[in-house]
Ligand binder design. Sequence first.
Ligand code: HEC
Ligand code: HEC
Length: 342
Amino acid sequence: MKRKNLINSIRLLLLSTCVIIILFVTTIVIYAYFPGIFENKKDNDSYTIYKLNYDTYKLSNNEKNNEIKYGFELFQNTPEYIGPNNKYNNKVYSGNNLSCTNCHLNAGTKAYSAPLIGVNNRFPQFRGRENKMGTLKERINGCMERSMNGVVLPVNGKEMNAMISYMKWISRYAPKDGIVKGSGFLPITIPNRSVNLEHGEKIYELHCVLCHEKDGSGQKIIDSDRYLYPPVWGDDAYNHGAGMTRVITAAKFIKANMPHGIEFNEPTLTDEECYDVAGYINQKIRPLKVNPEIDFPDIKKKPVSTPYPPFDDSFSIKQHQLGPFQPIMEYYKTKYGIVKTK
Ligand code: HEC
Ligand code: HEC
């Protein structure tokens, strides 16, 4: 009887050791083949803010909600309300027919396309371009004068107030400090070389021409001023003072958002490809921002990939447009202790 017990215990011990070993090996194998499996889950959780309800159509009609809805409309269908051919206002504010949502995708609610969730909590903020504290209204007008190649919206006008209401509404789940994962653009490794324009052209033909056309002019929606595929250069595109004309900014935007339809966690293009195609589109002709020389009263703070002078360094204009950017960044770090990322 005793012996039988002993044999049984030994069996049990062997069995449990086997089970433990099998479990251990499986865990190691899973880890080795899918290293991100556990972090990814956590990672996805912190992007849930982008999946919440931002549908203005679900709002009931009252004065406050109607202002939010108008803000959304302006953001989504900008040329119809303030564009060059609008029939809505007796004044034209934007100089092209882009919509805000063409760069701030899903009406400002897509991660890594400069989303505006939480934006009102991030302002007022220090702005290098003006070398002072800037308000959210001033920031919107920054995009009006550059990305939209237009003029400022009156700061207390109906349009500006509606945009602010919309941005506040989509920020209602954001933390108080406005810090939201996925703000701005996706970080990339900036190649330590100048842009290869020939490679950029190849990438454009392979991955972009289908929608943005050979001449960069995009495609309008039939019988409308709005674009199905917005222009990336030419008369109706963003002007040379816009953030998107900086190769580094455009490359980061492209990485997470183009070709249209991709998500940031499944990019189609490599960092090198984004860099070259961003350089390619930004070498093309586009409207010029007026008085670019008075941007950045403190020119030390100008981003390294701003395509126009003056600069506080002796690198060529070409190098500011097409890189390599690392030597310029290094110069500002050594000389002024300023760390530049764009
Ligand atoms: C051609 C592309 C483009 C268009 C069109 C555009 N923007 Fe922008 N916008 C940008 C870029 C680039 C930034 C800078 C993002 C960054 O700092 O990383 C920006 C930043 C902003 C910010 C600050 C975001 C933040 O997180 O600090 C606001 C607000 C904004 N834009 C509003 C608008 C509004 C409103 C419109 C339409 C009237 C508009 N933009 C149209 C490209 C564009
Ligand atoms: C399937 C069609 C499609 C393809 C392919 C595509 N885009 Fe776009 N692109 C769009 C659309 C649509 C928008 C506007 C986004 C929105 O409104 O949701 C856009 C917006 C942009 C913008 C910002 C708005 C503007 O016009 O300045 C840039 C820059 C851009 N695309 C560059 C590229 C580049 C570079 C490629 C190739 C790597 C590319 N796109 C491929 C459809 C496309």
